[in-house]
Design a binder for this molecule. Structure first.
Ligand code: UDP
Length: 251
C-alpha cells in the first residue's frame, strides 16, 4: 500500500495529496481543541459527523452558486477537495451576540445584533488569531480590496442561506467562521469557500430552547457534545448516511 503524502496537519483536520493535480484529500479527525489548543480531547465520531455535515452544507451552497472547494466524499472521514491557496484570515459572521463579541463589548449572550456583522481575524496561533481590519489586510497583502469585497459578499450569502437552512429545522445560526482560498485560472485567481462548515465552526442553538448544539458544549464542559452534533445531522436529514456507531451518539 502506498502511503499518501501529508501536506498539512491542523488541529481538527489533515490534508493529504490528492489523486490529481489541483486536488487534496481532507481528513476529519476526532480531535477537539479549544482556547488555542490549551484544551484538548478526542471525541469519538466527531470527524465522521463533521465530514458529512460539511459535505452537505457545501453541496447546498454550491447549488445556489457559492463556489467552494468540495468535490466529493471519499470515505467516512475523507473528502476530495480542490486545492486552494488559503487566504490567512478567519471570516466570522454574527447574527446574535455570543462568545468573544459578547465579552469584548459587554453584550448579554443571546442579544440579537442590529444587523449581521462580519469580522476578520488573522490566522496565526502564536498570536492567538488577532482581529484585524481591512486596512491591515490590504497593507500586509493578505488579500486585495477586490478579494475582501468578494469575501464580504459571499459571507453574507452564506449567512442568509444557512440561516434559512438551519432555521427550517429549528436551529438558530448565531454565528460562524469560514475561510476562503484562491484558485488560479490562467492569469486570474478567484476566491472560493474552503475549510469546513460544521458544529465546530458555527454556533447553533435550538430555536425553541436555546440549547447549544455546537462546540461550546466542549468549550464550556456542557457534556453531550457528540449527541448534539448528531442532533444537528438528524435535523438536517443526513443521519441515514451515517454509520450505526454514530447513531444516538457514542456512549
Ligand atoms: N470560531 C472558529 N474557530 C476559531 C474561532 C472562532 O470556528 O478559531 C467560530 C466559533 O465557533 C464561533 C464564531 O467563530 O461560531 C465566533 O467565535 P468567537 O469570536 O465568539 O470566538 P470564541 O468564543 O470561540 O473565542
Amino acid at each position: 500500500m502506498t502511503r499518501r503524502k501529508k501536506i498539512y496537519e491542523g488541529k481538527a483536520k489533515i490534508l493529504y495529496e490528492g489523486p490529481e493535480p489541483g486536488t487534496l484529500i481532507q481528513y476529519f479527525k476526532d480531535d477537539a481543541t479549544a482556547f488555542n489548543a490549551q484544551k484538548k480531547a478526542v471525541l469519538e465520531g466527531k470527524g465522521v459527523i463533521n465530514n458529512r455535515i460539511s459535505e452537505y452544507v457545501m453541496t447546498r451552497l454550491g447549488a445556489i452558486g457559492v463556489q467552494n472547494h468540495f468535490i466529493k466524499r471519499l470515505s467516512l472521514r475523507e473528502q476530495l477537495i480542490k486545492e486552494v491557496e488559503i487566504i490567512p484570515l478567519e471570516v466570522v459572521c454574527r447574527n446574535i451576540a455570543a462568545g468573544s463579541l459578547a465579552t469584548r463589548l459587554g453584550l448579554p449572550e443571546g442579544q440579537a445584533l442590529p444587523r449581521s456583522i462580519i469580522e476578520f481575524y488573522y490566522k496565526d496561533d502564536k498570536l492567538n488569531d488577532p482581529m484585524v481590519t481591512e486596512e491591515h489586510i490590504t497593507a500586509f497583502n493578505w488579500a486585495s480590496t477586490q478579494e475582501i469585497d468578494d469575501m464580504l459578499a459571499m459571507t453574507l450569502r452564506v449567512n442568509d442561506f444557512l440561516s434559512g437552512l438551519f432555521g427550517a429545522v429549528g436551529i438558530t445560526l448565531v454565528d460562524f467562521k469560514i475561510e476562503y482560498g484562491r484558485i488560479f485560472e490562467g492569469d486570474f485567481s478567484r476566491v472560493i469557500l474552503a475549510d469546513e462548515i460544521s458544529p465546530d465552526s458555527c454556533r447553533l442553538w435550538d430555536s425553541a430552547t436555546n440549547e447549544k448544539l455546537d462546540k461550546d458544549r466542549f468549550r464550556r464542559d456542557l457534556g453531550n457534545v457528540i449527541e448534539s452534533y448528531t442532533e444537528v445531522a438528524k435535523r438536517l436529514g443526513i443521519m441515514k448516511d451515517m454509520p450505526r456507531v454514530i447513531e444516538g451518539g457514542v456512549s
